[in-house]
Design a protein around this ligand. Structure first.
Ligand code: GLA
Length: 403
């Protein structure tokens, strides 16, 4: 029997965060803020190459109860979705590049980067209690949910008012810097934008070249469809070098071209062959990596067109093509991800996020949700993989105050 991921309502998770805060620090928080994880529907491994992605914010939230303290330190307590409790105390003046490069860095690094860039007002210590329904290591951006809930909380506590739409780019930057500079994960910015800009009922077409995030209707129910997430429970981490190795090839190639942006390079795959030859790199491998990035952005632009034309058949075909490219050209899938993709029937199915573990999503006929989950579970168990866990994802709102 497929196991379903349990999710609290925004009120319930806010209540739990406030209770954890009171237990840990003995007084009431100033407020509770929440930010969602995200699911990337199509367009993976293109954000750091000025490409296009179509994610949406999940309804699943990370909630942060917070209040300033007079200790010149951040005190943190966190309960993860699996019930694991973690604590940390970080002096305010100890936060900076690669410090602290663990889970607490996502939180305190966001405050550090936001105050450095003056988006978030005065530096001060905070007491922070975190609870989350965004599964960890599942390709659903639990780290962005942590950064972005902290970002809106610290913004409001330090500046005295909630962020407006105009403040969001500064908060996106602070969250990205926390991840890149403090934790040391060289990720690209898709996740933080999704978590801060999410809108109920909408997917986001993000063009990283233009710097635009455009909400578009994503009404699966009207098509009798649902988006099923299968978390393979083969955990991944993006700070372990594999992600950086993929990004490194694209960054290195781009830096050798006269164009400022990967998107401006004409016939990038052919140029990549020439560059790899001159550099003594594996020519076929570099070609496949660059070719994926070019094709995936083109595919995602086509997918945005398919959404606009209400052509979900074309959209589902593009999802399948995307998975095959991430598997064969970018080589970021795992046997567990490929098993779920095959068992779901491929059409309308793909891995989501950074890969090397995590989740497969499938646009399924709403009547076939249970059946499809069962097939994915059966295939995993038959191969000795962990039992996946499941979620039906709907587009929810972005980071905000919960209570
Ligand atoms: C991770 C990163 C993102 C993006 C995706 C792949 O989620 O954090 O920046 O690169 O992988 O699309």
């Amino acid at each position: 029997m497929p196991r379903w991921i349990h999710t609290r309502t925004p009120d319930a998770i806010a209540h739990d965060a406030a209770r954890l805060f009171k237990e840990a620090y003995g007084y009431e928080p100033k407020g509770v803020w929440g930010a969602p994880g995200r699911v990337n529907v199509i367009g993976d491994h293109v954000d750091y190459a000025d490409g296009v992605s179509i994610p949406f914010a999940l309804e699943q939230l990370t909630a942060v109860a917070m209040a300033p303290n007079d200790k010149n330190a951040y005190r943190l307590v966190s309960v993860a979705p699996d019930g694991k409790k973690m604590e940390a105390t970080v002096p305010v003046d100890q936060v900076g590049p690669l410090s602290p490069a663990d889970w607490s860095g996502y939180v305190v690094g966001t405050i550090w980067a936001g105050t450095e860039s003056k988006v978030i007002g005065a530096t001060q210590g905070y007491d922070i209690a975190i609870v989350s329904d965004v599964p960890l290591g599942s390709g659903l951006s639990s780290s962005a949910a942590l950064e972005c809930s902290t970002a809106v909380a610290a913004f409001e506590l330090a500046n005295g008012h909630a962020p407006t739409h105009a403040d969001l780019p500064g908060l996106v930057d602070a969250a990205i810097r926390a991840e890149n500079e403090v934790v040391g994960a060289s990720t690209g910015g898709l996740d933080q934008r999704s978590s801060l800009y999410g809108e109920h009922g909408k997917a986001l077409v993000i063009d990283f070249r233009k710097g635009t995030t455009t909400p578009v209707p994503f009404d699966l129910e009207a098509h009798g469809l649902a988006l099923l997430i299968a978390d393979t429970n083969a955990p991944h981490t993006l700070s372990d070098g594999q992600y950086a190795s993929r990004r490194g090839v694209i960054d290195a190639f781009t830096s050798y071209q006269p164009e400022d942006s990967f998107r401006d390079i004409d016939d990038a795959p052919a140029k990549a062959r020439a560059w790899a030859t001159a550099q003594g790199r594996d020519v076929d491998e570099v070609f496949r990596r660059v070719n994926h990035v070019v094709e995936e952005t083109n595919r995602t632009i086509a997918a945005a067109g398919a959404l606009e034309a209400d052509d979900m058949d074309a959209f589902r075909q593009l999802m399948q093509d995307s998975h095959e490219s991430l598997r064969d050209q970018y080589e970021v899938t795992t046997p567990e991800l490929n098993s779920a993709f095959e068992a779901a029937g491929r059409y309308g199915s793909r891995m989501t996020g950074g890969g090397f573990g995590g989740s497969v999503i499938t646009l399924v006929d709403a009547k076939a949700i249970e059946d499809t989950a069962q097939k994915i579970e059966d295939a995993a168990l038959a191969q000795g993989f962990p039992a996946p866990t499941f979620l039906v994802a709907r587009p929810g709102d972005g980071a905000r105050r919960l209570s």
